[in-house]
Design a protein around this ligand. Structure first.
Ligand code: UD1
Length: 362
């Protein structure tokens, strides 16, 4: 069996790591196509080297651009690649512009498409990721759902016949790296200047257009982080850095200390060393949950509703509308005592995905 993975953005590289490792132990051929949606070394190269992912076989070099230019660029560039490779499966990951373009290019060439992390919904149609998810699920032939909740969403859209519960491959990679960090196999993470790794700190990220692209909202959110009573390590995504610069907003003030994004093992270590996480990232909400840290999510909704159970994750769309003490009480709340179970699977999802691709091969 020949499987061609299409990836392009940071969260997809994290999911690719366990899948590439699972293929390595089989006789199957695994071809990696990198669209180039993320091109900064901090968002791409360090994930290949740090997670032991083989170098991409093909690099499309798409880069930044409007949604149309980015999606269309991948679509055009994929035709000759798929023509040359003719895989048994095109495997697309998550919800980025690269996901949608990869799926669309394959179905137009009558190649079977499998969607990893199918069935997630925010029900927020302002998010580009929500369009990407829905359109990819409806185009794909095999929907690999991470959770029961995702299976329910797919059933609600009439897609049950193509859906299977595969588990969440992010558990595989997160727990493997957690154990390696605990065993001292990774160097200590480079936290932003001003953060003492041995004193309590919060770990923060902010990159969604709804939070970064209005200067008033971005300034208000950063004010809320800067006013917290413990240091906040802000791992700044290029979109955040670009928007802050554009609008003359300072990322370093009060409690706020900005630094570069971390490689995956550094991120896992930084979460483990923190008193909690404040974020608008999907992946980080779940990583906090898996690593026993409370998470406060700066969004009105989450796709990972299981993390909300027992208060492990809490949604705070507008922290600037709370009093400073109420906001601090939420962001620094103690770790709940509730048992979380295993809503995301047992850490063997990638092997399961390979088996499912074999079983459903036409
Ligand atoms: C993308 C995904 C999002 C995912 C996120 C993780 C879409 C629609 N969004 O959002 O689902 O959660 O990746 O990071 O696909 N930039 C750089 N260097 C890079 C990449 C981006 O400087 O390596 C800058 C560019 O100015 C670009 C901006 O960041 O315009 C946004 O990048 P883009 O790929 O459009 O979306 P992300 O916000 O990263």
């Amino acid at each position: 069996m020949k499987v061609l993975s299409v990836v392009g953005a940071r969260p997809q590289l994290v999911k690719l790591a366990p899948i590439a490792a699972a293929f390595a132990g089989t006789g199957h051929q695994h071809v990696i196509v990198h669209t180039g949606q993320h091109y900064d070394a901090d968002l791409s190269d360090v994930f290949f080297s740090g997670l032991g992912i083989p170098d991409p076989d093909v690099h499309l070099g798409i880069g930044s651009g409007s949604h149309g230019a980015q999606t269309g660029g991948v679509l055009t560039a994929m035709d000759p690649v798929l023509e040359a490779e003719r895989p048994d499966w095109v495997l697309v990951y998550g919800d980025t512009n690269s996901t949608l373009a990869g799926a669309l290019s394959a179905v137009k060439m009558h190649l079977p498409v499998a969607h990893l992390e199918a069935g997630l919904r925010s029900f927020n149609r302002r998010m580009p990721e929500e369009h990407n998810r829905i359109l990819t699920d409806h185009a794909a032939d095999l929907l690999l759902a991470p959770t029961q909740e995702a299976m329910r969403h797919l059933a609600g859209e009439g897609l049950s016949a193509r859906s299977v519960l595969a588990g969440d491959v992010m558990v595989d990679v997160c727990l493997r790296i957690r154990d390696a960090v605990t065993a001292g196999e990774h160097p200590k993470p480079v936290l932003p200047d001003g953060i003492d790794p041995d004193a309590p700190y919060l770990l923060a990220t902010l990159h969604r257009p709804d939070n970064t692209d209005s200067p008033e909202r971005l300034a208000a959110l950063l004010d809320s982080l800067a006013a917290l009573p413990v240091p906040v390590a802000l791992l700044a995504h290029p979109r955040l850095v670009a928007r802050a610069e554009e609008h003359g907003i300072d990322l370093n003030r009060g409690s706020l200390h900005a630094g570069r994004p971390l490689p995956y093992a550094g991120l896992v270590a930084a979460v483990m060393g923190s008193a909690g996480v404040v974020t608008d990232s999907g992946g980080l909400q779940k990583e906090a949950f898996l690593l026993d840290r409370v998470c406060t999510t700066i969004r009105p909704e989450t796709e990972w509703v299981e993390t909300l159970e027992g208060g492990w994750n809490q949604l705070v769309p507008d922290p600037h509308q709370l009093s400073a003490s109420a906001w601090a009480d939420i962001a620094l709340r103690p770790t709940p005592a509730t048992d979380r179970g295993l809503p995301y699977g047992d850490g063997k999802a990638a092997e399961h995905v390979v088996e499912l691709l074999e079983r459903h091969r036409r």
